[in-house]
Design a protein around this ligand. Structure first.
Ligand SMILES: NC(=[NH2+])NCCC[C@H](N)C(=O)O
Ligand SMILES: O=C(O)CCC(=O)C(=O)O
Ligand SMILES: [Fe+2]
Length: 342
């Protein structure tokens, strides 16, 4: 794991930088703040910027952990019961800004019109009623391992998690391409465009809001949800591995895959890959003040089951999607500088 432990001295420098930015903006969803994040990021210590840049371009590891960001648990107050409206008056605004600045060094942050009301920074927290549903806000049921947004051609290069609370040390689980012995798998079959991945539940209309208040946006969002529906019914065949055959990138989400209709060889190659990943999953426990940048091309991740508390002390993470190729999704966005994929 590529790891940077922020020191007390680092935190002293950061708290001044973050407080100044926090004073100038109202919410992490403020588009001017997000737009200026790459410029603000230049105020991060140079040795820290070098560390992030090395992760981006050198690919020394598929996981990058920045630990030790100061989090005042008392200031945080209770964990929200839902992600809706948590972006307003946020007690973790300085930490959210730090998280955004780091992400902006790795690429461009973006959001999905179909997910958490088109917000850029998501909450990952247990929601009442979702306990046994396959979604990030479940709890009693484990979250199946997956590539983030595996079904979508515009999926992020990185998915990042910042931990605010994790009182029961619930384990996130990961498996990276480096953990896999590719010589034992049918790599050629996995590079063939013969596999189908359906959209996950976090993109289903039931989890979106009623109306945005803007008819043009509502119309686009409706188009987007229709696309999700059609991909559910007729997923497009594509490969599970891509890039270099000796050191591949991967994109899969077995919970949302149905192997009926695939060739015998594709099915066997898929089963081999899934079994290998299952055998190599390992835990990463996020602690308050940890920011984990997961290379979404080289890692699958999930989360163990846990008992939700619903008393304000629940596990609470923030999440960002990051792309290194924003232009790749231009056909799906309203404008060059609009960060929402419809
Ligand atoms: N196997 C899956 N893809 N499960 C859903 C993953 C969680 C989803 N990314 C969310 O925001 O809730
Ligand atoms: O809760 C975690 O540790 C991971 C969450 C996750 O993977 C997701 O929400 O997509
Ligand atoms: Fe995820």
């Amino acid at each position: 794991m590529h790891h940077f432990a922020l020191t007390r001295a680092d935190n002293m420098v950061l708290s001044a930088v973050l407080a100044e930015i926090a004073d100038a903006y109202d919410t992490i969803e403020n588009r001017d703040l997000i737009r200026r994040a790459p410029v603000f990021a230049k105020q991060l210590p140079a040795h820290f910027l070098e560390f992030l840049e090395e992760f981006r371009i050198g690919e020394p590891s598929a996981l990058c952990l920045v630990s030790g960001l100061a989090v005042d648990e008392d200031r945080l107050g209770p964990t929200p019961t839902h992600w809706r409206n948590s972006q307003f008056g946020s007690p973790s605004f300085p930490q959210e800004i730090f998280f955004l600045l780091c992400a902006s060094v790795l690429g461009d942050v973006f959001g999905w019109a179909t997910q958490q009301e088109g917000r850029i920074m998501h909450d990952v927290l247990p929601i009442k009623g979702h306990e046994h549903y396959e979604i990030g806000s479940n709890s009693l049921q484990h979250l199946s391992w997956h590539t983030e947004d595996a079904f979508h051609p515009c999926r992020g290069d990185y998915v990042a998690l910042m931990c605010l609370k994790n009182p029961d040390l619930v384990e996130t689980v990961v498996c990276t391409v480096a953990d896999i012995d590719w010589s034992r798998l049918d790599v050629d079959a996995l590079f063939a465009p013969e596999f189908t991945v359906m959209p996950d539940n976090s993109h289903q209309p039931a989890d979106g809001a009623a109306s945005s208040g803007d008819p043009a946006v509502d119309k686009l969002r409706a188009r987007s949800f229709n696309l999700i529906k059609s991909w559910n019914e007729h997923p497009e065949p594509r490969p599970l591995l891509f890039g270099d055959r000796g050191d591949p990138y991967m994109a899969l989400d077995p919970y949302h895959m149905d192997s009926r209709g695939w060739s015998e060889r594709a099915q066997q190659a898929f089963t081999g890959l899934v079994d290998t990943i299952e055998a190599n999953l390992r835990p990463v426990v996020l602690r308050p003040g940890d920011c984990l940048f997961i290379d979404n091309f080289r890692t699958v991740h999930g989360r163990k089951a846990f008992q939700p508390r619903y008393d304000g002390s629940d596990r609470w993470l923030k999440r960002l999607n990051i792309t290194r190729n924003l232009r790749g999704s231009r056909a799906w966005r309203l404008a060059a500088d609009d960060l929402i994929i419809y």
